[in-house]
Design a protein around this ligand. Structure first.
Ligand code: SAH
Ligand code: SF4
Ligand code: F3S
Length: 478
């Protein structure tokens, strides 16, 4: 049994680690052990992966702030570093493992530093991160916490300060952090998670394993959050879920949620992502069409144009269903801006399968697309299939569709030249302080000259003058 000691009204585990830390503090006053002093401890959070992770980091900030922690944007000032991670493809994980290695020297110069891994990789790799010796990560990582256990973080951090490593990775069927108001700096755009998890089990995808079963918040709690944001002068909300259109709180579906959110403030733009083609109902399309402030931007991942591959992926639709959806969307929302995700080189993908994807992309004429090489993920069904498309072929196909999409995006953007677009002013341009940036209703980035009287959060009318495949450039109409 462990022995404990009470110091300054706090309970510490009395072991070798504690004795070391105690004497270390006595000798090096400049670097006091955070558990032995009263100042607030600073947390530095780094977030990888999808927007749901960005939203979760805000939930974590809220939970830790309520428990007396503070934040820093400089990791050198941090008492605790938390890395919110993504497992979707192997290269996402490798990048994060590399990043964790960077913390080694920080830990050497400050042995009291606590490092926590949270999110999807924490869930997937669990004990591996603290137990085994992959890149000596076990020496760096003190806490491993999965997406449904963030309420435990304050306790896990306190334990880590006294040398106790912690792993909390239980997935929940009910946790949706509905009662927690995420901690947000003032701004104009906010992400709001409206549901968690995924029940679709596409055969390539790790998300159902890292995020668990699907569960939704209530319309009331989401609306309340949007009302608060409106009071703080936020101008845009993006409703998030892995398949946001399968939202259901028992009484309301996603169209109902979208309508209620759009009613809060007609000056608040409403976006949402990601939609699954199976759950894109007629009601949802008409809700988007009839509300001015629901943006006409729809991200509708197709993954492949080959019915055989779609079946193997367990996407639960075929290309005919997808084309029909696109037709309906274009009919009802003529200004719709469409984007997609594509996986190249799924097991058994032939040249003909690939050509079907190319043809689908040419037919739909997406405004943008995210394209990835297939990455085998342990535990998924596709993992049992041989990853048999050679790397060179995947790469060639990926380069080809990247090129093709760039040309399509450019052509579509060129059609905007001469048009007047309503732009929500977001910030200074990243490239020049003489310019501002904002987005159109269709989510296209617009760059325009700074002028007296234009403020961040304003809606202004910009005439588009020139474009490239990623950005529009214009000037405010007088
Ligand atoms: N829920 C969303 C997508 C979530 S993951 C949907 O169903 O559309 C984001 C994208 O990553 C996916 O759309 C897919 O294109 C890609 N992706 C997921 N798993 C992958 C894997 N194993 N290899 C390559 N790309 C993958
Ligand atoms: Fe993954 Fe499919 Fe769920 Fe999207 S719908 S998160 S791709 S399992
Ligand atoms: Fe990545 Fe998890 Fe999002 S695997 S894409 S961070 S849900």
């Amino acid at each position: 049994m462990s022995k404990y000691i009470i110091l300054q009204n706090k309970k510490f585990k009395f072991d070798k680690n504690f004795i070391f830390k105690y004497f270390y503090n006595q000798f090096f006053k400049y670097n006091l052990n955070p558990t032995l002093e009263t100042r607030k401890k600073n947390i530095y959070i780094e977030t990888y992966g999808c927007q749901m992770n960005l939203a979760d980091s805000e939930v974590v900030k809220s939970i830790t702030k309520l428990n007396g922690f503070d934040f820093t944007s400089n990791m050198k000032d941090a008492d605790i570093i938390l890395v919110n991670t993504c497992s979707v493809r192997d290269n996402a994980e490798q990048r994060i493992i590399g990043r964790l290695g960077d913390f080694k020297h920080l830990k050497q110069s400050n042995p009291n530093l606590v490092v926590g891994v949270m999110g999807c990789m924490a869930e997937r790799l669990r004990n591996d991160l603290t137990d085994t010796n992959i890149n000596s990560l076990n020496k760096i990582i003190d806490i491993v916490v999965g997406p449904d256990e963030y309420r435990k973080l304050p306790e896990l951090i306190e334990n880590a300060f006294v040398g106790e490593k912690g792993v909390a990775v239980r997935l929940s069927r009910v946790e949706n952090y509905d009662d927690i108001i995420p901690y947000r700096e003032d701004g104009i755009a906010a992400f709001i998670s409206v549901m968690r998890g995924c029940d679709k089990f596409c055969t390539f995808c790790v998300v159902p394993f890292t995020r668990g079963r699907e569960r939704s918040r209530t319309v009331q709690s989401v609306v309340k959050e949007v009302e608060e944001l409106a009071k703080r002068n936020f101008r845009e909300v993006t409703l998030l879920g892995q398949n946001v259109n399968s939202f259901s709180d028992g009484e309301n579906d996603f169209s109902d949620l979208l309508q209620s959110v759009a009613n809060v403030d007609k000056k608040m733009r409403v976006r949402f992502t990601t939609s699954h083609p199976q759950d894109m109902s007629d009601k949802l399309i008409s809700t988007i069409a009839k509300n001015e402030n629901i943006c006409n931007f729809i991200h509708l991942p197709v993954q492949s144009g080959s019915d055989r591959i779609l079946e193997l992926m367990n996407r639960t639709y075929d290309s005919k269903h997808y084309f029909n959806l696109i037709k309906k969307i274009k009919n009802e929302i003529p200004t719709a801006v469409l984007s997609t995700d594509i996986i190249i080189g799924f097991p058994t993908e032939t040249e003909d399968d690939y050509k079907s994807t190319v043809e689908l992309m040419q037919e739909v004429q997406y405004d943008g697309a995210f394209m990835f090489n297939y990455s085998p993920r342990e535990n998924t069904k596709a993992y049992l299939m041989e990853d048999d498309v050679p790397f060179e072929i995947k790469t060639r196909r990926l380069n080809e569709i990247n090129e093709m999409q760039r040309a399509i995006s450019l052509l579509k953007n060129q059609k905007d030249i001469g048009k007047v677009e309503e732009v929500l002013v977001e910030d200074e341009s990243k490239k020049s302080e003489n310019f501002l940036r904002g987005r159109t209703d269709g989510n296209k980035m617009v760059i325009f000259p700074k002028e007296d009287g234009i403020k961040i959060g304003d809606y202004i009318q910009i005439k588009i003058e020139r474009v490239n495949s990623a950005t529009l450039f214009g000037e405010k109409i007088k």
